[in-house]
Design a protein around this ligand. Structure first.
Ligand SMILES: NC(=O)c1ccc[n+]([C@@H]2O[C@H](COP(=O)([O-])OP(=O)(O)OC[C@H]3O[C@@H](n4cnc5c(N)ncnc54)[C@H](O)[C@@H]3O)[C@@H](O)[C@H]2O)c1
Length: 375
């Protein structure tokens, strides 16, 4: 069996999630390659070494360029702040290596376009970390939509809210820097836009409003220095899909009480489907009932009949978790690298997500409807 050497950059929230997924993938799935944790890089050399040892990587690097050049590394996983995705992915593609990059793809549409074009001309496999699409119950949602179970789809209401920035004294971080990230829309909203496209296809026009509620934040925890915030705390938009469906979109990192509220309601002429990532093993399905008094939503619970679920657990209702979605994502990645292309957004699809996000920013700035094809 072929061995694939993994080079992972970043040891934060996502670095750890990638490491766990790469560690688990061969145990959970029958994959066409054996995963070798070849190298781990982080700008903090001590942390790189400590995490490499704890997570089972053979080598650590303080310089990510050395990791990319490491001959043991075949596939580069990028789990660093957003502004580093472009230079790291471009260097990896130039070195002839497949790339698994965290979302959002880049911090500008120009960067995203360059990444898409470099991947296409190199002919290399790329995947982007829109992990929520790999949820087996999202595959069921898509099947219900595509099979016409809900009739003609006419309405999408989507929201991705969290509250990790709700406190005005939560300090500045790279997520607050427009050059390094892009606010709630980039951080959270990009997941929702990717999911909307995954379920319903292209969006052709948007109008939008963006708002920064907390205009200054402490430079660091306990600091008296205040830094100006120039990214959105919340963004609302209306969406017009190419298939005629109308939609609303909202994202906020200030919404008290919500921890991972990536949610949608999709209605068709014959029913409604609802999902909330905070209850990621459930779908709510409404179809009109013929018997009076029996009207109501059905709660569909994930189980082993859904693709991918049984590899983790043979029993329904026992539930998958966030990190399992990452393992499912890694399965799709490894299969694609081994010539078995399956689901999962690549750089071309992530570019389209960035184009849509950029249209929303433009619509908010100019306070008008924007056709996505303007970009
Ligand atoms: N898919 C998801 O559900 C999800 C969730 C959270 C974050 N993310 C994405 O993952 C990426 C990382 O986010 P995070 O929350 O893990 O951030 P984080 O701040 O927790 O970790 C970032 C890591 O990058 C390292 N780093 C920074 N500069 C570096 C450099 N020059 N060379 C090497 N390493 C460097 C840091 O030391 C740190 O280990 C972001 O793009 C974010 O949008 C995705």
């Amino acid at each position: 069996m072929r061995t694939l050497g993994i080079g992972l950059i970043g040891t934060g929230f996502m670095g750890r999630a990638h490491a766990l997924a790469f560690r688990n993938a061969n145990a959970v799935f029958e994959l066409p390659a054996r995963i070798h944790l070849a190298a781990l890089a982080d700008a903090d050399a001590i942390r790189a070494e400590r995490c490499a040892s704890a997570w089972g990587f053979a080598h650590s690097h303080a310089d990510w360029r050395q990791l990319i050049e490491n001959p043991q590394v075949d596939l580069i996983a990028i789990a660093t702040p957003n502004h580093l995705h472009h230079p790291m992915a471009m260097a990896a593609l130039a070195a002839g290596k497949a790339v698994y990059c965290e979302k959002p793809l880049a911090v500008s549409l120009d960067q995203a376009r360059e990444m898409r074009d470099a991947a296409a001309s190199a002919g290399l496999v790329t995947r982007v970390g829109y992990n929520y699409q790999h949820n087996p119950i999202i595959a069921l949602a898509r099947e219900l939509i595509d099979s016409g179970e809900l009739g003609e789809i006419i309405s999408f209401q989507g929201e991705f809210s969290e509250d990790f920035m709700a406190d005005a004294d939560t300090p500045w971080s790279w997520r607050c820097d427009p050059q390094h990230a892009g606010g709630a829309l980039a951080d959270l909203g990009s997941h929702l836009l990717a999911l909307a496209r995954h379920l319903l296809g292209a969006v052709e026009a948007v109008c939008a409003d963006s708002h920064t509620a907390h205009r200054q934040r402490p430079a660091s925890t306990g600091s008296n220095e205040r830094l100006a915030i120039r990214v959105d705390d919340q963004t609302h938009a209306l969406l017009r899909f190419a298939n005629g469906c109308r939609g609303s979109f909202s994202t906020s990192w200030l919404k008290h009480g919500y921890k991972n509220h990536l949610a949608f309601e999709i209605s068709g002429t014959r029913g409604t489907l609802a999902f909330d990532q905070e209850r990621l093993n459930e779908l709510r399905l409404y179809r009109p009932h013929e018997r009076p008094g029996m009207d109501g939503f059905q709660r569909l619970l994930a189980g082993p009949t859904l693709p991918g679920y049984a590899a983790f657990c043979p029993a329904a209702g026992h539930q998958l978790g966030y990190n399992d979605l990452k393992t499912l994502e890694v399965r799709a990645l490894i299969e694609a690298v081994c010539g078995m292309p399956g689901p999962g957004p690549d750089f071309a699809e992530a570019y389209e997500v960035e184009r849509l996000a950029t249209a929303i920013r433009l619509a908010a700035r100019e306070q008008r409807w924007v056709e996505v094809d303007e970009l």
